[in-house]
Design a protein around this ligand. Structure first.
Ligand SMILES: Nc1nc2c(ncn2[C@@H]2O[C@H](COP(=O)(O)OP(=O)(O)O)[C@@H](O)[C@H]2O)c(=O)[nH]1
Ligand SMILES: [Mg+2]
Length: 165
């Protein structure tokens, strides 16, 4: 029987959540797309091994979808908080973490400091200082980052499975 481990992707609209799901689950090399806001939610699957699959669930970032967040967060083993890496975006992300801290309490949380290719981006270490959670730098539009992104999610999940075992 296959078990599914739910991983939620949270963050403001335009942070790069859909692009990250594409990076991790599609085989296409071309990731640059015109921005299309996610209506409500989006999802993708990563096969971890014979018995385990990871369900990536994107929580639509537009403010008018935020009412769905507590439901989408429920049962998530890992929450990946995706943020653009400008100081303004990171501060906004910090506010979101604070606002949803009760809903996040039962999950492991990591952050992705996305769009590291954009000039003026904060380094992942600085983003980590501001957010107070383990933070990984990312360029989700770069197919070469696929392995990094995959490792980031899988190592988070493996830790969880080890703890649970
Ligand atoms: N320069 C740059 N653009 C990115 C990166 N990741 C995503 N984008 C672009 O940012 C926009 C929003 O991305 P999307 O994944 O739809 O964001 P979402 O609202 O969080 O799902 C899209 O136009 C993407 O192509 C990145 O690492 N660098
Ligand atoms: Mg999206």
């Amino acid at each position: 029987m296959t078990r599914y481990v739910k991983v939620a992707l949270m963050g403001s609209g335009y942070a790069g959540k859909s692009t990250l799901i594409k990076l991790l689950t599609d085989k296409t090399a071309k990731l640059e797309v015109n921005y299309k806001p996610t209506a409500g939610m989006d999802c993708g699957t990563i096969t971890l091994d014979d018995t385990t699959k990871i369900s990536l669930v994107e929580m639509g970032g537009q403010t008018h979808f935020e009412f769905m967040w507590p439901d989408l967060l429920r049962g998530s083993r890992l929450v990946v908080v995706v943020t653009e890496s400008t100081p303004k975006a990171v501060l906004k992300t910090r506010q979101l973490l604070h606002k949803y801290k009760d809903n996040l309490a039962g999950s492991q949380i990591i952050a992705v400091a996305n769009k590291q290719d954009v000039p003026g981006s904060m380094k992942p270490e600085s983003v980590q200082d501001l957010l107070g959670i383990p933070t990984y730098g990312m360029i989700a539009i770069d197919p070469k980052q696929r392995l990094n992104g995959y490792k980031m999610i899988v190592s988070g999940i493996k830790n969880l499975i080890r703890v649970a075992a």
